[in-house]
Design a protein around this ligand. Structure first.
Ligand code: ZN
Length: 374
C-alpha cells in the first residue's frame, strides 16, 4: 500500500514519514480512531515505507523487491495478528491459518471492517485473538529479519486479544528487541489492557476530511444533494460511506425492478415476466426477501400519497414521479391484499419454495388486485 492510495490523512502521513526520515521509528505504536478512517491502510503504507529500499521523499518507491512483496502483503518481515474464529475440525486455530484469505480481503479492500472480516469467515460469530496466538507471536519474532532491516508486526483489533495473549505481547513490548516495530490498530483502544496502552505511542487518526470524501464520490459520479447526504451520514468514515453507497445502489436497482414488476402485473406480458423472474431468481433468498420488503415499502408510500399526505412520504424525486400515476391504482380495497400477497411470497421463499414459481404466481394475483376498484 502506498501513502498515495490512502484517502486524505495528509498530516498523519507526514508525521509517519518524518519518523522514518529522522531515524526515530517508535518501537510500539497505537493507531486509533473510529472504523473506516484508514488506520489499517496507514499501518500498511507505513510498514512498506519503513522497509522500502528506495524511499522517495513522500512515499515508498513501489518498485523495489521489498515494495513488490508488500504490494501482495507477502513480505517475510511483515507479520499480522488479527481476530479469527477457531475451527478445530478444520484445524484452523491461529492467524496464519487464515492468512491467505485475510491478505486477499485486505488487498481488495484495505478499509475492511472487523465485521466484514469476521462475517466472511464465520457468519454470526465473535472474532478473537486466542491464547495460543501468544506462542505464534513469540515464534514469529524469534527469527532475525529475513530481508529487511526491520520486522513489522501489525496487530489489528488488539482489544480482541485474550488476556494471556495480551500479557505475552506486553512482555515483548516491555523488552523491545532491536529493529522490531509493533503497530497496533484499534477501534476501541480503551479496551486494551492498561499496561499495554501505557507502553504504546498513541496516534489518533481523525475522521477523513469531507473534501476528500466529496472528491472520491465525484469520481464515481455522485454529486449534488446525494453527495451531501452521503458525506453528512458517513461522518468521516470511508467504510460507512461505502456501505451507504452500496445500500443506495441496491435500493435503486430494487426500485427499477419494482416499477417493471408493477407494469407487468398490469399488462401481463408473459415473455417480459419471464425475463424479470430470471433476474429476481439470481438474487438468492435474502435478496429476494429484501426486494419484497422494498416493494412493500413503495406500496405503503404510494398509498400514503393516495390519501394526500405528501408531507409524510419518504420517496426520492424519481420514486415520487412514478408515484404520481401509480398511486392512483392503489386504494383502500387492494392495498392490504397486495401487501399480504407479497408477505406470502416472502414466506414461501423463506421455506425454500421455487422462487420463479412464487414470483410468477404473485404477479398473476397482483394483476387481479391492481384492477380492483375502490
Ligand atoms: Zn520500495
Amino acid at each position: 500500500m502506498l501513502f498515495f492510495e490512502i484517502i486524505g490523512q495528509d498530516e498523519i502521513k507526514q508525521r509517519l514519514i518524518q519518523t522514518v526520515k529522522k531515524g526515530r521509528i517508535p518501537h510500539a505504536q497505537l493507531f486509533c480512531g473510529i472504523s473506516g478512517v484508514g488506520k489499517l491502510p496507514l499501518a500498511l503504507a507505513y510498514a512498506q515505507y519503513i522497509c522500502c529500499t528506495d524511499r522517495q521523499s513522500d512515499d515508498s518507491c513501489g518498485k523495489c523487491p521489498s515494495c513488490v512483496k508488500f504490494a501482495k502483503l507477502i513480505h517475510p518481515d511483515l507479520h499480522f495478528v488479527f481476530p479469527i474464529v477457531k475451527n478445530e475440525a478444520k484445524k484452523l486455530t491461529v492467524c496464519n491459518d487464515f492468512l491467505p484469505e485475510f491478505r486477499q480481503q485486505v488487498l481488495e479492500n484495505p478499509y475492511l471492517t472487523e465485521d466484514e472480516w469476521i462475517t466472511s469467515i464465520a457468519e454470526g460469530k465473535q472474532g478473537q485473538i486466542y491464547t495460543n496466538e501468544g506462542d505464534e507471536i513469540i515464534r514469529k519474532l524469534s527469527f532475525k529479519a529475513y530481508e529487511s532491516e526491520y520486522k513489522v508486526m501489525i496487530i489489528w483489533q488488539p482489544e480482541k486479544m485474550h488476556e494471556s495473549c495480551a500479557n505475552r505481547v506486553l512482555k515483548i513490548i516491555e523488552e523491545p528487541s532491536e529493529k522490531t516495530v509493533f503497530i497496533l490498530v484499534s477501534n476501541q483502544p480503551e479496551e486494551i489492557i492498561a499496561t499495554i496502552q501505557s507502553r504504546l505511542q498513541r496516534i489518533n487518526i481523525p475522521p477523513i476530511a469531507d473534501s476528500c470524501l466529496y472528491e472520491r464520490l465525484s469520481e464515481r459520479g455522485v454529486v449534488g444533494d446525494d453527495a451531501d447526504f452521503f458525506v453528512r451520514s458517513a461522518q468521516g468514515s470511508w467504510s460507512a460511506l461505502r456501505g451507504l453507497l452500496e445500500a443506495h445502489e441496491t435500493q435503486q436497482e430494487y426500485f427499477r425492478l419494482f416499477v417493471i414488476m408493477m407494469r407487468l402485473a398490469w399488462t401481463v406480458d408473459v415473455k417480459e415476466i419471464r425475463d424479470l423472474i430470471e433476474t429476481l431468481a439470481s438474487f438468492g433468498r435474502e435478496g429476494q426477501k429484501s426486494f419484497l420488503e422494498e416493494a412493500q415499502r413503495q406500496l405503503r408510500e404510494n398509498f400514503i400519497l393516495r390519501l394526500g399526505h405528501w408531507q409524510l412520504n419518504f420517496l426520492t424525486k424519481e420514486q415520487e414521479a412514478f408515484a404520481q400515476n401509480f398511486s392512483k391504482v392503489i386504494n383502500e380495497a387492494n392495498i392490504i391484499p397486495i401487501m399480504e400477497e407479497m408477505q406470502l411470497a416472502a414466506a414461501q421463499i423463506e421455506q425454500n419454495a421455487n422462487a420463479k414459481i412464487v414470483f410468477f404466481d404473485m404477479i398473476l394475483v397482483l394483476n387481479r388486485l391492481l384492477k380492483t376498484k375502490k
